[in-house]
Structures are given as structure tokens and as C-alpha cells.
Design a protein around this ligand. Structure first.
Ligand code: ATP
Ligand code: MG
Length: 794
């Protein structure tokens, strides 16, 4: 940021030699000064693309080429828009002549649509539905159309429609063959009904914000012309992630004056799964002939080792334009790669690092933990809470606040205590079991009061939810049953005729489930209980049937939740813990460690970046590869590139040797992306000595991870005699010592072996130190050879 520009009045800075220009390199300056005509800046991470946009905005204003209200700048997140606004204010000084249109495609479109709503049959005060509302509405439509909602869930349809909207397809334009992707051909029809219903409700969803504006631009040339007159310059950040609808929207707005400047990096295109088209970059020069194309190669963000590691990794992608990056910065610290025993150990390691960083007088806010999937946050959040490290989750709820996690807790609370009416209400019809709002209202009425009320010490009643004191004592319907719970009411009502037969039957079944679970809870562990509840309530099934990415995330979160419960001895202890965790929330410390998914961290930078969970199937994500093969893998690799390039001073990658899934330990392999890092820029330390020399680097001339042999972990491993092929021992802090990976295994095909967890089996394939074993009981598994012993020695 050009600090030197802050003190001067705008008029002085308007000169050609404006100080903010002095802080740019030649390429950046070219892009900033090319104020007329189309400009494409195509450059790698940290080369100052966002800086170019902000400075260009300032330049437009100071030179008088544009008025604040005539510039429209699109960022990818609202957070980025805020940051850009701050940067511009810093350049121009506060109140530097009004503010330009700055925001995401959605926020800008929403603002436009408020002015023209009536052209698409909406009122100006239309509601923007969130995903939950959207899904609820779709369910109603699916039901009303006589489609089996169990087979064709609303959430899935929401995803399908979203996909169409990303490609700017109205119901009429959905290609015939694609209509079949939902409800055997009913998809497009349901979509049309949905759009009609939205109009009646005076509502639109996220995708509509753009779709409606495109529609208006196309059908009302005078409206579009007005925007052409008004908006002299358009700019777009993170251009590689625009989808077809966004592209059309932009092209329509820019086509008259063609003053459009876009910046992007094909290597950071990470929203292909949401319909982003990296081809938009390639198409730019075609659609805007004569565009000035600027390439930037100097990275100003990261130190040498970090940049080299990221560049080397991304070079493994075939589908890329390819570019070079350099930095004048020092080499700095090598990228750390560390292996630990399990997820808890990983959380401990990272939290300890953060504490160390803080003790050296650095700020918590400088640290970011970037994960591939939301479920990974749980271990870190718990560790941070325990150590009282303030943190915040970028762009999402914290783990224990997620809807599915709260649902499970509600089930468990209700099993523990029948009095918990709030829990009852939350899950009585979740998943759907035919106990609708009407039934719940009748239960309330029967229980004789709208909410649970308590007698305080002095006598009066107060409302548990609001704290409101109720002075009028309701007439108790039957002496001591005055405070009948909803479950109590339900038990009585299922034997009366007050409820419709269907609801009564459903309620009876639900009560029977609850009773059975409560009975079981006496004898089984709370982890097993949670598994049973998720299974028998139909909750897991509900999510499984739903093929949307959100449902998959929810399933993963639940798996993580169940496995984490094992750390507590009892259900009581666990629920107590949860209550406390939720209580600590909202500490108003602005000095927070940033916890984020890799996706949400795009465009941001932090001095210290942790990248945990670099294991096969976690990262690259199994789902991406299953669904999109090589293309999916390349998108995962771009995500890894985004992750590493967020770091300014230090990047620390980690992976674990074991993950617990539904209470069972599974051996996991380090991510292939770790193999792809250049040894010269990496410092590898393994607590476990496990998987540090994967097949990919075995044939390198230099020993790739020499330094790991000097590490305490290795020395400990040697002292403990871990190199003798014994089965691993878990000691004290659950630390595993195993012998070095990488050497060809001493096992060969056909050997009979024994594994502590999986039992006896026969080796069917050997790859380096990884064995494929046909276990007699556990089936085929891939294991590291140090985890097994010859059957004869067992
Ligand atoms: P990404 O691809 O991750 O979005 P980017 O290309 O947008 O990165 P910026 O965020 O604009 O990069 O810049 C990265 C860092 O480098 C910022 O801290 C920025 O202030 C700094 N920077 C950019 N250009 C220069 C320059 N010419 N001189 C000094 N610092 C610069
Ligand atoms: Mg940027």
C-alpha cells in the first residue's frame, strides 16, 4: 500500500507522477495507467493484482477520468470488498469524493435489482432466500407435484437449479437431455414452477440476482443503456473464478465503452465445481479484441522457499497457461512438512506453534489455519478453546454451531432429559417423520403453556427463552402437571383422538425410539449411542440420499463429531463440554487466529500459515477425484497452490498417520502433494518417521529429507529401537515410532503377515514400503510395512 500517498491532498496527487504510482513496478504501472479500453492482467499469486486494481481505481479518480459513482469494481467476497474499500480510502484519504460501486457480483446485482424489480415481476422490497428457505420451498413443490421427495430431495434440486443458473439457463433454455438429471425428466418443469412460486412470494434466490439482471439488460435496452452512460469503468478481481452468468452480466455492462479491466490467475481457479469457467480468461482477448494483456512476475508476498515450493507443486498440472514467478525477498524459512500420529496431535502441534509465535511478540491475527474440509476445524477449535487462544472462523459458523451438530446434540440431550423441550422441538421432525407444525402446536397447547417456564425462588414464573417474568400464573390444568413437558404431552396425546392418525402413529414411533435409546444408553457407550441414533433416526440416511455437496459436508462433520466424542468418558461429560464450548463463544477479541477453508482464504495473506491434513483422500479430496478424475485432481492441486501462496513468512504443512473414523483407527497415507514438493525448499520432520519418503521422491539423487534424521522425533525413534520391524507401540502421549519409509520393503508378495488391528493376511502387492494385504477378516487394505510383522513372529 502506498503509505507515502496518504498525506497529500487529492489535487496534488492528480499529477502524472502521483506518489502511489511510484510504489508499483513497470508491469503494474502499465496496467494502472491503461485507463481506456480492455485490460487483462494475468499473473500468479501475490504479484499485486489486487493492488493493481485498487491503485487503478485511485488513479481513475485522481486523474478525473472517472467519478466515484461511475466505477464498478467486483470482488469475490464481501470481505475482499471491504478490504478494497479500506485500501482505496487509505490511498485517497477518507471521504475522497464519494465511494465507487464495490462489492461481489451478488451484492451489486441485488442493489441494481432493487431499482428494476418490477420489470421481472417483483416488488422493490423482495426477499432474498437463503439456502434453507430455498430447500424448504423446493420440497413443497416436489411434494405438490407428486414426485417422491425421498428419492429426489429438495436440496439436490437446489443444487441442480443453481448449476443451471450459474450457466445463465432459464427453465426454457435447459437442454432437453439435462432435464433428466432430476426426477426422471421433471427437473426443468420443477424449476419453472419454482420460479413462478418465487414471484408470488416476492422473493428470489442468490442465482436470480444475476439472472434477473441479465434478463432485464437483454429485454430492456434502455435500462442497459442507462448503465452504459453511468458506468464508465468496470474492474473485476479473481476473474478466473467467474461463471458463465457472471461473464454474460459483465459483457453486457461493458460492451458499449469496453473499459473493462480484469485480473486473475488460472492457477488459482478453484470454483470449477460451482460452474466457474477458467476459459473466460482465454476468451477475454477474443471478446475484447485489442485488449492490453499484462503479465506480472514478481511476487511481493512470500519468501523464496515458499514461492519455490508452490511453483514447483503447481507445475505438476498439465492444464495451465504456465508462468514464471520470482521474488527479491530472502529465501526465508523452508516450508515445514510435519507428520504426527493423529488429528489431536496435529492440533496440539499447531496450537503450540501459535503460542510460541505469540510469545515472540507476534500477533494471533497473523496466524491462519487453512483446511480442506470444514470437519477438520473441530480439533483445532477445541484445542484453541482449551488454551484460550482467540480464534474466528472466516465465512462460516463454528463447528459446534453447525445445524447438523446441533441436531445430534438435541437428540442426545433429549435422551438424557425428557424436560428438554427445546431439543424436542428441534428434532421431533428432523428428519421428516410426518410430525408437522400443526402437531407441535397441539402439543404446546396440551402442555398448557407456550414455552417452558420455571418458578424462581421468590415465586413468580419466568420464560426460559426470553427471561421475561410472567406475573399471571396460568391456571394449572392438573395440579402438579402444570409444567408438563412436550414429551409428557405427547405421551398423553398419542392415546387420545386429538391428533390425526398419521401424526399419532409417527409420534408414537418417535417416542418408542426415544425410550429404546434411553434404555440402551444405560449399557452402551455414548459414542455407540450417537451412532445408533444417527442410524435409527434416519438422519444419516436423509443426508446420504441427498447428493448435494452440502449434505456430504454435513455427513463428514457428523463422522468427525462422533469420533471426537470418544474423548469423554460419559454422555454427561460430553454434553457438559459442549455447553461450555458454546458459552465461550463470541469473545470480542479482535486479535484472532484465523481458521478458514482453503476456498474462503483466496486473495488473503498471512505471515504464518498452517496447512493441516495433507493426507490422501482428505487432500486431494477423495470426492473431487471420484467425481471429476484428473480434472478434479488438478483443481485440488490449485487449491494447494492457493494454500501455500497465502503465506508471507512461514508455511507449515502437516499430515497424520492415523485417522479415527467411527471410532476405528485407519491408517492414512500422506498426500501425493507432499511428494510433489521440491526437497530443496522443504524441511521435513516426522514424529512418526512415517511416510516421509514416498515413492515419488525415492528415485531422487539427493536424500530429500535429510534434516528429518536430525529431528528429535527421529532420535527418539532410534533410541526406542523402532527400526527393527516391530509392531508400533503407543506410548504416553500416543506417539508412534515406526521405521523409515521409502526403502523397499522386506516383505514380498505372498508373505503371510500379522497386523495388530486387522489380524492375519497375505501380501498381494508391494510398492516401496506400502503393502497391499488381503486380510482374512478385514478384506483388502494398504498398510505401511512397519505396521505388520511376519505371521510366524506373531
Ligand atoms: P492473489 O493472487 O493471492 O490474489 P495478488 O496478485 O492479488 O495475490 P496482492 O494481494 O495485490 O497480490 O499483493 C500481494 C502483496 O504484495 C500485498 O501485500 C501487496 O501490498 C504487496 N505488493 C504488491 N505489489 C507491490 C509492489 N510493487 N511493491 C511492494 N509491495 C507490493
Ligand atoms: Mg488478489
Amino acid at each position: 500500500m502506498s503509505e507515502e500517498g496518504e498525506m497529500l491532498p487529492i489535487s496534488v496527487r492528480a499529477a502524472a507522477g502521483a506518489p502511489y504510482l511510484a510504489s508499483l513496478n513497470a508491469g503494474q504501472r502499465a496496467a494502472v495507467e491503461a485507463l481506456d479500453g480492455p485490460v487483462l492482467v494475468l499473473a500468479g499469486a501475490g504479484t499485486g493484482k489486487t493492488r493493481v486494481l485498487t491503485t487503478r481505481l485511485a488513479h481513475l479518480l485522481t486523474t478525473g477520468k472517472a467519478k466515484p459513482w461511475s466505477v464498478l469494481a467486483v470482488t469475490f467476497t464481501n470481505k475482499a470488498a471491504r478490504e478494497m474499500r479500506e485500501r482505496v480510502e487509505k490511498l485517497l484519504g477518507p471521504g475522497g469524493g464519494g465511494l465507487p460501486w464495490l462489492g461481489t457480483f451478488h451484492s451489486i446485482s441485488a442493489r441494481m435489482l432493487r431499482t428494476h424489480a418490477e420489470l421481472v415481476g417483483l416488488k422493490n422490497n423482495f426477499t432474498i432466500l437463503d439456502t434453507d428457505d430455498q430447500v424448504r420451498l423446493l420440497k413443497q413443490i416436489i411434494d405438490a407435484e407428486g414426485v417422491d421427495e425421498k428419492r429426489w430431495p429438495g436440496r439436490q434440486l437446489a443444487g441442480v437449479i443453481d448449476g443451471w443458473k450459474n450457466r445463465a439457463l432459464t427453465p426454457e433454455k435447459v437442454p432437453k437431455n439435462e432435464g433428466f438429471s432430476f426426477a426422471d425428466g421433471g427437473g426443468a418443469k420443477l424449476y419453472a414452477i419454482y420460479q413462478a412460486r418465487l414471484k408470488i412470494l416476492n422473493a428470489c434466490d442468490f442465482g436470480d440476482l444475476l439472472m434477473h439482471m441479465i434478463d432485464i439488460f437483454q429485454r430492456y435496452p434502455d435500462v442497459l443503456e442507462n448503465y452504459h452512460k453511468k458506468l464508465s469503468h468496470l474492474m473485476v478481481d479473481e476473474y478466473q473464478d467467474t461463471n458463465v452468468a457472471q461473464y454474460l452480466w459483465l459483457r453486457l455492462l461493458a460492451q458499449a465503452r469496453k473499459n473493462l479491466c480484469v485480473v486473475g490467475d488460472d492457477d488459482q481457479s478453484i470454483y470449477g465445481w460451482r460452474g466457474a469457467e477458467v476459459d473466460n480468461i482465454l476468451r477475454f482477448e477474443h471478446d475484447f479484441p485489442g485488449a492490453e494483456v499484462v503479465r506480472l512476475e514478481q511476487n511481493y508476498r512470500s519468501t523464496g522457499h515458499i514461492l519455490a515450493a508452490a511453483s514447483h507443486l503447481i507445475a505438476n498440472n498439465r492444464g495451465r497457461l504456465g508462468k514464471t514467478l520470482f521474488t527479491d525477498d530472502d529465501l526465508g524459512h523452508r516450508v515445514k512438512v510435519r507428520g504426527v500420529w493423529d488429528g489431536e496431535a496435529e492440533a496440539r502441534l499447531i496450537a503450540d506453534d501459535i503460542e510460541g509465535w505469540r510469545q515472540s511478540n507476534r500477533s494471533y491475527a497473523d496466524c491462519a489455519v487453512l483446511v480442506r474440509a470444514a470437519w477438520q476445524m473441530r480439533a483445532f477449535e477445541e484445542r484453541f478453546l482449551m488454551l484460550r487462544i482467540p480464534y474466528k472462523v472466516i465465512g462460516g459458523p463454528r463447528f459446534f454451531e453447525r445445524a447438523e451438530v446441533r441436531d445430534v446434540h438435541a437428540y442426545l440431550r433429549l435422551i438424557r432429559s425428557e424436560d428438554d423441550d427445546l431439543a424436542f422441538e428441534r428434532i421431533v421432525n428432523q428428519p421428516k417423520r410426518g410430525i408437522g407444525e400443526g402437531t407441535v402446536q397441539k402439543l404446546h397447547a396440551y402442555a398448557g403453556k407456550p414455552l417452558v417456564r420455571f418458578v424462581t425462588d421468590n415465586g413468580p414464573l419466568f420464560d426460559q427463552d426470553t427471561g421475561e417474568v410472567v406475573t399471571e400464573q396460568p391456571e394449572p390444568p392438573g395440579g402438579a402437571t402444570r409444567f408438563r413437558t412436550l414429551i409428557g404431552a405427547a405421551r398423553e396425546m398419542v392415546v387420545t383422538d386429538d391428533l390425526p392418525l398419521k401424526a399419532r402413529t409417527a409420534l408414537r414411533a418417535f417416542l418408542a425410539d426415544l425410550d429404546r435409546w434411553r434404555e440402551q444408553a444405560r449399557t452402551i457407550s455414548h459414542v455407540e449411542l450417537a451412532e445408533i441414533v444417527l442410524d435409527e433416526s434416519g438422519y444419516t440416511e436423509m443426508l446420504r440420499r441427498d447428493k448435494s455437496p452440502q449434505a456430504q459436508t454435513r455427513l463428514e462433520n457428523l463422522k468427525e463429531l462422533v469420533q471426537s466424542m470418544g474423548q469423554y468418558d460419559t454422555l454427561e461429560a460430553y454434553l457438559e463440554h459442549v455447553a461450555l464450548v458454546l458459552d465461550i463463544e463470541n469473545e470480542t477479541d479482535s486479535e484472532n487466529v484465523q481458521l478458514s477453508t482453503l476456498h474462503a482464504a483466496k486473495g488473503l495473506e498471512f505471515p504464518l500459515v498452517f496447512l493441516p491434513g495433507w493426507e490422501e483422500e482428505v487432500f486431494p479430496s477423495k470426492r473431487s477425484i471420484d467425481e471429476s478424475g484428473e480434472k478434479g485432481l488438478e483443481e485440488e492441486r490449485r487449491l494447494a497452490y492457493v494454500g501455500i501462496t497465502r503465506a508471507r513468512e512461514s508455511a507449515r504443512i502437516s499430515f497424520v498417520a492415523n485417522r479415527q473414523i467411527y471410532g476405528r483407527w485407519q491408517v492414512v497415507l500422506p498426500s501425493r502433494f507432499i511428494d510433489e514438493l521440491p526437497s530443496a525448499n522443504v524441511d521435513a520432520v516426522s514424529e512418526t518417521g512415517y511416510g516421509m519418503q514416498p515413492p515419488g521422491v525415492r528415485d531422487m539423487a539427493v536424500e530429500p529429507f535429510t534434516s528429518s534424521y536430525q529431528s528429535p522425533g527421529w532420535r527418539r525413534a532410534q533410541e526406542r529401537g523402532a527400526f527393527q520391524g516391530k509392531p508400533p507401540m503407543i506410548e504416553g502421549e500416543a506417539r508412534l515410532v515406526a521405521r523409515s519409509g521409502g526403502d523397499d520393503s522386506s516383505y514380498k508378495r505372498g508373505d503371510r503377515i500379522f497386523h495388530q488391528k486387522f489380524g492375519y493376511g497375505r501380501v498381494s502387492d508391494v510398492e516401496g514400503n506400502k503393502l497391499t494385504v488381503q486380510f482374512e477378516k478385514a478384506g483388502e487394505k494398504r498398510v505401511i510395512d512397519s505396521f505388520v510383522i511376519p505371521a510366524s513372529a506373531a
